[in-house]
Design a protein around this ligand. Structure first.
Ligand code: OAD
Length: 261
């Protein structure tokens, strides 16, 4: 993407912003070779979420769900962060306060160096016991039991925990981790700049953070090749892939914030 030219009013808002938040979705990882969920070629195009991404599916067909997540984990583990993840990691040094709120479970933000981050939908990199809550690396759990979710068996309580490991992600019908949602909601309510990148903004409560930031009067920038329900409210909309648009936006912000006045 060519150098981004910002109009004077927008440049002034980006220069003054002190509390920035970014809401990221699957589109940010698209150029790392990971599929999005919705739209042509998306993970939900030829699969039904209720057969793979619900607690009921896990109890009905645990092996099928476990193997699907094991495969997604392997794909994510083999992927590398792209220029959009790297650009977002830079935002921590551009603003006095910055929080990255991601719906992605692939850990690519963390591998790109993002540290101030909440993972609203959990992580593929860990498995968690459905009974006692013990966590272990997903790679280790899959190596121990590739076809079926491994038993927990943590000692204590007589015969030990009778639970099974499941992926440490949020499924449809489940609550988001309360602390993560609370942190994200507070940040959205107090932010003066919200970046919405690579998300269809259809899944709540994540999409509600955009409404919260708009109500708070934040400047909203959207990066997405396709329009979303929030596009018409964006103060700046970059209809381009995040791998090109995010570095260009980051450069533009860095250069306008390095100016005095
Ligand atoms: P979606 O698949 O719903 O949306 C991905 C968005 O990325 C779409 O709006 C695309 O237009 C856009 N996109 C595609 N390529 C892009 C690119 N190169 N750069 C920027 N944007 C691009 O994914 P999410 O919004 O993340 O939840 O989905 C939200 C949640 O729904 C996911 O976290 C997952 C899913 O079901 C759970 O698993 C709980």
């Amino acid at each position: 993407m060519e150098e981004l030219r910002l109009d004077a009013e927008l440049a002034a808002r980006l220069r003054r912003a002190t509390r920035a938040v970014a809401l990221a979705g699957a589109g940010v990882s698209k150029e790392s070779g990971l599929g999005t969920f919705r739209g042509a070629g998306g993970l939900w195009e030829d699969r039904r979420p209720e057969e793979l991404a619900t607690p009921e599916a896990f109890y009905r067909t645990p092996g099928k769900v476990w193997r699907w997540y094991a495969a997604r984990y392997a794909t994510a583990a083999a992927a590398a962060p792209n220029s959009a993840h790297h650009a977002l990691a830079r935002w921590e040094s551009l603003f006095p306060s910055f929080l990255l709120v991601t719906q992605n479970v692939d850990d690519l933000h963390q591998r790109a160096g993002s540290r101030r981050l909440v993972a609203l939908h959990g992580t593929l990199a860990e498995a968690v016991c459905d009974t006692c809550g013990r966590r272990r690396p997903m790679g280790e759990a899959v190596a121990a039991s590739p076809a079926e979710p491994p038993a927990c068996g943590v000692p204590g309580g007589g015969t030990g925990c009778r639970g099974r490991f499941r992926p440490a992600v949020v499924w449809f019908g489940e609550n988001l981790p309360a602390a993560a949602l609370e942190t994200a909601s507070r940040a959205a309510a107090a932010c003066d700049l919200l970046l919405v990148a690579g998300t269809s903004a259809l899944v709540y409560p994540a999409a509600g953070l955009i409404e919260t930031a708009l109500r708070a009067g934040a400047c909203v920038v959207e990066i997405n090749p396709e329009p979303t329900p929030f596009s018409r409210f964006a103060h700046l909309r970059l209809a381009a892939p995040a791998g090109a648009a995010l570095p260009a936006l980051t450069e533009a912000i860095a250069s306008c914030r390095s100016m005095t006045g």
